[in-house]
Design a protein around this ligand. Structure first.
Ligand code: CA
Ligand code: CA
Ligand code: CA
Length: 328
């Protein structure tokens, strides 16, 4: 798109411009936050876990205490994610000391993390997953696992998926798989999925920073998981104009980074999830009484024009039962 056309579009559509401005602001904040995080990492990292607030009664931290694995999915912030990024912003109380969020990137990117205790499945929601926070939902699929062999590691068989509102949506693909390929001289990332489809990621924002640096020498990366329905649609009838809006009625509950839906807690800026919603690979209830580990994975494979990839950002998770009841 040339500069003249972009200028014309801005002058005619103030709404679109304001949304774009918001997006750019969010990205600026992200960049500043990354710099702050890098500058403060050395001094903070040593004390991160030991400084975590503990619930006085239980002696446990309500928050995530360990990240086991973090993989950024192809997205516009790739060059901002340090090669040694461990997803440590997901640990501890969110947003304290200038701490930022964890960006999972485009479809497939994920974080695997754990609590220092077993989160009980009691009546109602058990786990809070903190949002970016922002205003635009970018749904992530949540999985849980119990430490059945008590070795402190998420190695206890298959993950159980939290069954969200789009679990049976006709566009949801379970057991989805994508291989992304390192850009050639053209600079664009190509992909192939296990449904016989292939394509190219066409960034419209931050193209020069699009996304391979975080994968080092790898020539391809593969992700497996659940592909959710597209979250946005272009409501404009004019091919020169894009007006991306959320698809109505989707993502009502059961996902990370969804704002103002049925399980969003505005005080905590978190989605409240129930361990009872966990299902096995066949969709049957997992009947879990407790969990120790969670995995959150970017669930949308959509490049929504100038919005670019729909990518989940999250700021940690908590055992709701160990939080101060007055806080939510
Ligand atoms: Ca429950
Ligand atoms: Ca284990
Ligand atoms: Ca977001």
């Amino acid at each position: 798109m040339n500069a003249v056309m972009r200028k014309k579009r801005f002058s005619i559509f103030d709404f679109r411009f304001s949304i774009l401005s918001l997006r750019l602001s969010v990205d600026l904040i992200f960049k500043v936050a990354i710099i702050v995080a890098i500058l403060s990492f050395t001094s903070c990292s040593k004390n991160l876990v030991s400084d975590l607030p503990k619930n006085e009664k239980s002696g446990h931290s309500p928050y995530i205490t360990q990240v086991f694995d973090y993989q950024y999915g192809p997205g516009q912030h790739a060059t901002l994610i340090p090669l040694d990024e461990k997803g440590s912003n997901f640990i501890g109380e969110p947003w304290i000391g200038g701490k930022s969020f964890t960006s999972l990137g485009g479809w497939g990117g994920y974080v695997v993390a754990g609590f220092d205790h077993a989160v009980s499945n009691t009546n109602g929601p058990d786990i809070a997953i903190y949002t970016q926070p922002s205003v635009s939902s970018e749904p992530g699929v949540v999985f849980v696992m119990a430490d059945n062999n008590n070795d402190g590691l998420p190695n206890d068989g298959a993950w159980f998926e939290i069954k969200g509102s789009e679990y049976n949506h006709p566009e949801t693909i379970h057991n989805y798989q994508i291989t992304y390929y390192k850009p050639g001289p053209s600079g664009l990332v190509t992909w192939k999925d296990n449904q016989g489809k292939s394509g190219t990621l066409l960034p419209e924002f931050g193209a020069e920073s699009w996304w391979w640096t975080g994968y080092g020498d790898k020539t391809s990366v593969e992700f497996s998981g659940v592909k959710l329905p597209d979250a946005y649609f272009n409501s404009s009838k004019d091919p020169l104009i894009e007006l991306w809006l959320p698809r109505t009625g989707l993502f009502r509950y059961g996902y990370a980074e969804c704002y103002f839906n049925e399980d969003y807690n505005g005080l905590l800026k978190a989605n409240f999830l129930d361990i009872s919603s966990a299902v096995d690979a066949s969709g049957s209830p997992a009947n879990l009484t407790k969990i120790n580990f969670i995995k959150v994975q970017s669930g949308i494979f959509q490049i929504a024009g100038w919005l670019n990839e729909i990518s989940t950002e999250i700021s940690g998770a908590a055992d709701i039962h160990l939080l101060d009841k007055n806080s939510y």
